[in-house]
Write a protein that binds this ligand. Structure first.
Ligand code: HEC
Ligand SMILES: [Cu+2]
Length: 345
């Protein structure tokens, strides 16, 4: 049986309503990256601009739609109409001028307001107190470096909360180790591309502590969709504690010595750094404080011992095409190396 036009319309209406409802509940829970709940100056500016654009385009929609509806109703076919074609009218300088000049004015206004916001965000002066973080995009994970603190981390960015009384903006320098990526935390700011051999900058001054999610917004390969971002906005005390812990060299626990040997003998150390040990690889994420992260492999899964073991056994089971090879470890080696990584608090 074929679906009729009205049935198809009804299905579409249901789908759209469902999407709207689902997205508003997800936004309310804060689990989805949303541009509709700004929590940082650049995000507020972008959000206000979007309201302005929606107001203007909404106004155009109402006027155009209203005129069409009115014309359809007023000039509908009537029984009393004479036969043959209605009167044909060609050209009206007044109307043509109006529908050329008004749209041009509207576009100019939209262009100028957008340009104003772009420059206001880009040219904001950098305060002395600002925190610097270098963000390096990799296929398919994020590297974060805090040069002032000598800290290197991955995938989960920690930055301090900023308030009127204690402003603490974070300025990011963004670049890439391979292809183009794009850094996007919708609640905190606009998108900025990460490009190899080139540095872009952006800044955030989050007003509320908490977890903000985002993701790579530039197609960068097969696991682009699994290049998720988590930004933890910390209170000053939390941020201090976090930095102090990240500055420590890796914990040395003789109980997991066997696991460390696996790590150093199975090429893991060629791609990963564990500070204070012989492992200084930079192709993969720094693992010195792996256990301080809630997720593994750029948000692909929760950081649990079972997931960690399965990841090392076969990265493809979570991220098909991830650039970490399955190292063909025996069950015993897997247990040992997992136990070792579990101590890297
Ligand atoms: C050829 C380089 C390479 C080798 C060898 C390698 N890895 Fe990786 N590893 C990576 C890359 C690249 C990633 C990031 C993958 C992603 O998220 O897409 C990664 C991610 C990880 C992660 C997740 C890190 C995080 O921050 O979420 C762990 C844990 C890990 N590797 C452990 C190991 C262990 C243990 C070994 C040795 C058995 C190993 N790796 C060998 C490249 C490598
Ligand atoms: Cu990417």
């Amino acid at each position: 049986m074929q679906t009729s036009r009205s049935q198809r319309l009804m299905y579409r209406a249901i789908a759209v309503t469902w999407l709207l409802l689902a997205s508003t509940t997800m936004i309310a829970q804060g689990t989805t990256p949303s541009t509709l709940a700004p929590a940082s100056t650049p995000a507020h500016q972008i959000f206000d601009l979007s309201l302005f654009v929606i107001a203007i385009t909404g106004g155009i929609f109402v006027v155009v739609g209203g005129l069409i509806a009115m014309a359809l109703y007023r000039f509908r076919a009537r029984k009393s109409d004479p036969l043959g074609e209605p009167a044909q009218i060609y050209g009206s300088t007044q109307i043509e001028l109006a529908w050329t000049v008004i749209p041009i004015l509207i576009v100019v206004v939209l262009f100028l307001t957008t340009a104003r916001i772009i420059f206001a965000i880009q040219d904001a002066p950098k305060p002395k107190s600002a925190l610097d973080v270098t963000v390096i995009g990799h296929q398919f994970w994020w590297e974060f470096r805090y040069p002032k603190y000598g800290v290197v981390s991955a995938n989960e960015l920690h930055i301090p909360v900023s308030s009127k009384t204690a402003p603490a903006a974070t300025f990011l320098k963004l670049t890439s180790a391979d292809v183009n990526h794009s850094f996007w935390i919708p609640q905190l700011g606009g998108k900025t591309d990460l490009i190899a051999n080139h540095v872009n900058t952006m800044w955030l001054d989050p007003e509320k502590p908490g977890l903000y999610v985002g993701q790579c917004a530039q197609f960068c390969g097969s696991q682009h969709a699994m290049m998720l971002l988590r930004v933890y906005v910390d209170t000053p005390e939390q941020f201090d504690t976090w930095i102090k812990n990240q500055q420590l060299p890796a914990l040395e626990d003789s109980a997991v010595e066997a696991g460390r040997m696996v790590f150093e003998k199975q090429a893991c150390m060629n791609c990963h750094t564990v500070s204070g040990t012989a492992a200084t690889g930079r192709f993969g994420p720094d693992l010195t404080h792996l256990m301080s992260r809630a997720t593994l492999a750029s948000g692909a899964m929760d950081n649990t011992p079972a997931n960690l073991r399965q990841w090392i056994k076969s990265p493809n089971s979570f991220k098909h095409g991830a650039l970490m090879p399955a190292m063909q470890l025996s069950d015993e080696q897997l247990d040992r190396v997992t136990a070792y990584l579990e101590t890297l608090k």
